[in-house]
Design a protein around this ligand. Structure first.
Ligand code: GLP
Length: 253
């Protein structure tokens, strides 16, 4: 695992966008997994800015949705699909047909999850999984305890995750307590994993991921046992010196 600490949120976002733009330029047909949440907003804005300045081909990208609420349809303003469309697909002019959805409104959600893993298989796996870090170390919606071999599936969300995601839904809204998530197996199998971590509120969980043992209780720690992982944090999330074993050449991805 490589830890890169950017001086602030904007620098982290810029750096992440440069990494992903570089990868897409090198492989325009790349399969990319994309997250939602507050953390990646700046990354998407920077990526769109790079694309405006120096257009690179995104017409062949395959975009895999990382997670979705169960029972929430594509047109729901709170769906992750709506979020990804607004933050990523539309600003870069990526056709909706390039998105491999996790359909929260599927009649048979389990079958939809199996179809998603099949699409991943036929894409030849994921070139880069861009990830956020959940409050308890979850990746996507892989809550602890996590099985590193878990497939894409329907999961129950912890009360704390429901509460923490409530900020996106507005006061009084009923936040779903189940979700579809890309499984740990496909996340860990991605050829690059780029984890964005920002702000003081992520400090303790990031420290646990970087310095703690690999444990199902902190799903992101499985990244430590996996190849090609870059954790890109801002200084608010990682105010400490970078541990010697995590120091990296900055431009590896
Ligand atoms: C949610 C999402 C995750 C996301 C995490 C962190 O639970 N399911 O995919 O990475 O929250 O979100 P944020 O970046 O807003 O802290």
């Amino acid at each position: 695992m490589r830890l890169i600490v950017a001086q602030d949120y904007n620098a982290m976002s810029r750096r992440a966008a440069q990494m992903v733009a570089k990868l897409v330029r090198a492989k325009p047909e790349a399969a990319i997994m994309v997250p939602t949440g507050d953390t990646p907003r700046g990354f998407y804005a920077e990526l769109a800015a790079i694309h405006r300045r120096d257009e690179f081909d995104v017409s062949r990208l395959r975009v895999f949705q990382l997670d979705e609420y169960l029972g929430v349809g594509a047109r729901d303003p709170n769906s992750f699909q709506t979020w990804i469309t607004r933050a990523f697909l539309d600003p870069l002019g990526i056709a909706a047909s390039r998105l491999v959805r996790l359909p929260g409104d599927a009649d048979d959600a389990a079958a939809a999850c199996r179809a998603y893993d099949e699409r991943m298989r036929s894409a030849g796996g994921c070139d880069i999984a861009v990830l956020g870090l959940g409050w308890n170390g979850h990746l996507g919606f892989n809550e602890p305890p996590a099985d590193p071999a878990s497939p894409t599936r329907v999961v129950a969300l912890s009360a704390e995750t429901v509460a923490s995601n409530g900020r996106y839904w507005g006061a009084g809204a009923r936040v779903p307590n189940q979700a579809l998530t890309c499984g740990m197996a496909n996340i860990l199998a991605a050829r690059h994993k780029l984890v964005l971590v920002s702000g003081e509120r992520k400090r303790e969980i990031l420290r646990r991921v970087v310095t703690g043992p690999v444990s199902p209780e902190t799903p992101a720690t499985y990244l430590k046992a996996s190849d090609q992982v870059t954790v890109l944090a801002d200084a608010a999330a990682w105010p400490w010196p970078v541990p010697e074993q995590d120091k990296v050449a900055a431009d590896r991805v």
